[in-house]
Design a protein around this ligand. Sequence first.
Ligand code: AMP
Ligand code: MG
Length: 349
Amino acid sequence: MRRVVIQLAVLVASLLGCARSAPAGESRLVRVFDACTPMGTYMAVTVYAPDEPSGRQAIAAAFARVEEVEAATSHYRETSEISKLNRGAGGPALPVGPHVWAVLRRSAEVSAETDGAFDVTVGPLVALWKKTWKKGKAPADADLAAARALVDFRSVALTQEGRRVQLPKPGMQFDLGAIAKGYAVDQAVAALRERGIQAALVDAGGDMYAMGAPPERKGWFIGIRDPSQPDEKDRILSRALCIRDQAVATSGDYEQFGVIEGRRYSHILDPRTGRPVLGVASVTVVAPDATSADAYATAMSVLGPEASVAFAEKRPGIEVMAICERGGQFVATRSKGFERLEVTPTAGR
Ligand code: AMP
Ligand code: MG
């Protein structure tokens, strides 16, 4: 069954972008907007184009590219390459197309960098927790151990020649939910660029890319949802981000979670313990591309705030803000570069 979670984890505080004086010529561009609901989320695209029809065509091409990505990567679609790989677990390596290949290659890198905090073979654990959440219970230890034994990114064989992929053990399952939306955003951006678009904002329910800047502006304002108010979906933090040619992604436990004995458990699991992450309300990551931002936001939810800031400080272009709940208080921990991207939007700017 397809998951339908229409959720704006990161809201666009203002589509006007951050203030700046106008370079000549740019102001003749027209703003075109459209939205659709791929990958169980809400995808909004704003472009600045020479005219309305070319803007619409560019957005249509972006949506078509996203559909292509979903058709290949979604484990909710029986005909997808990922579903075929999952059904073939324990059997021989199978050839995959360029989208699945690119996502699995990048996933392997992020898994290695984060020492397994990020692992797209987490499928059996995700399925187990989903099943027991419905009953308001944690899984039995034996079931947890059996699912954990099937989660192991190191055992996945990726063979460049013929682009072949093998899940070695029966029962292993890919779940690209932590990275495929970000990849789809990057693909949408590539489709827009191919049609000559130079300023655009692509937002797939909290995984975003800000290309260029709106006319007369320095960048795009991105509001970050306040995770301390899970029921108020429009409540954003007072400081927004101002970014251009950068991606931002937020993972949060307010978006999808399970409840066991009154306690909220994140949909993000620590593959090393097999248990859901606790106490991390949201993690927002800025990166050069949306694939990385999406994967790192999930990985850093597992790593926790201190390790995430240390991770980001070592990598140019990667910034993070983690908001954690400690004793009923929400505490934000930021990398230095994240603070530098923050602005306080002023009305009328
Ligand atoms: P995101 O919303 O991008 O943080 O992705 C969360 C989704 O990724 C979950 O709903 C699971 O399907 C999957 N997932 C959960 N934990 C992990 C993990 N540690 N590594 C990779 N994928 C995960
Ligand atoms: Mg993610």
